[in-house]
Design a protein. Structure first.
Length: 271
């Protein structure tokens, strides 16, 4: 009993250390945002707080326009990813063939490919189709980026559903669409909800494609942050303000939905 208590104490202490290390950059950004540019280069916590950087950021840029683009791109890419991934995962989970596992591994392997390796062809295709610097273009690219994860997670959740339930539904005359909408989706809703949350987070935080495929019309918050790093130098206070304003919405979403996220990620782990 004593040994188990010591193990729990060590695990708890380690969890706190990891949490503090992960939270420290966010704390540093929040503190720097209230400093002047002169004080921003110092890690000292002794300074006179000011809102000058906030005023300058809001005066210079249309923050809400960047937020709108981030929301549209993140939600659009998430919905489109799920619309494609759910039928694909359903087919591979309940009607597998000898190539199913290879197909899943191939899809996952595309996530390991350096994005810069396909930047030029995707950029040229976006330019020729008129999708460069457009919300629609970013949604399509983000969907392709998130699709392997969405398929894998949906496939895992569908694979946890007992096959006997589907067989009983088929005996009662249910077709594929009825199985999916009246049986599978309600059963795996926690897992699919966590998948949607992860896709939103991935899309919201994506910087490489947004910086290379957008400039003004479709620029999300990642471009908003990068705009404070220019040849004139790094304006750390303003950069911290931009970063804080960009991560605040997604941090709030994660905090509100953390129980649903954990529940979805552990869906099917305990039977």
């Amino acid at each position: 009993m004593m040994r188990e208590q010591w193990q729990q104490a060590w695990v708890g202490a380690l969890a706190w250390v990891v949490a503090v290390l992960m939270f420290f950059p966010i704390l540093l950004i929040a503190v720097t945002a209230f400093k002047t540019e002169q004080d921003a280069y110092s890690l000292s916590l002794l300074f006179q707080p000011t809102l000058d950087s906030f005023r300058e950021v809001f005066a210079r840029s249309q923050y809400l326009a960047f937020v709108q683009n981030s929301v549209l791109v993140s939600l659009g890419a998430t919905v489109l990813s799920l619309v494609i991934a759910i039928p694909a995962a359903y087919s591979m989970a309940f009607f597998p063939n000898k190539r199913t596992q290879k197909l899943l591994l191939w899809m996952l392997s595309t996530k390991m490919m350096p994005a810069v390796g396909v930047l030029i062809p995707i950029y040229l295709m976006a330019k020729q189709t008129g999708l460069l610097d457009s919300v629609t273009g970013l949604i399509i690219v983000y969907t392709l980026m998130n699709l392997p994860i969405a398929v894998w997670m949906a496939f895992t959740y569908f694979n946890e559903v007992p096959k006997e339930i589907l067989e009983a539904a088929r005996i009662d005359g249910a077709n594929a669409w009825q199985e999916m909408f009246h049986l599978l989706l309600p059963t795996t809703l926690p897992g699919l909800a966590s998948t949607a949350l992860l896709l939103v987070i991935f899309s919201w935080n994506e910087a490489f494609w947004s910086l290379n495929l957008s400039s003004s019309n479709a620029a999300p918050l990642t471009v908003f942050i990068a705009s404070y790093s220019n040849p004139e130098g790094l304006f750390w206070a303003k950069l911290s303000v931009a970063s804080l304003l960009a991560i605040a919405p997604i941090l709030g979403l994660g905090w509100v939905a953390q129980k649903q996220l954990v529940r979805g990620m552990t869906f099917g782990a305990v039977k």
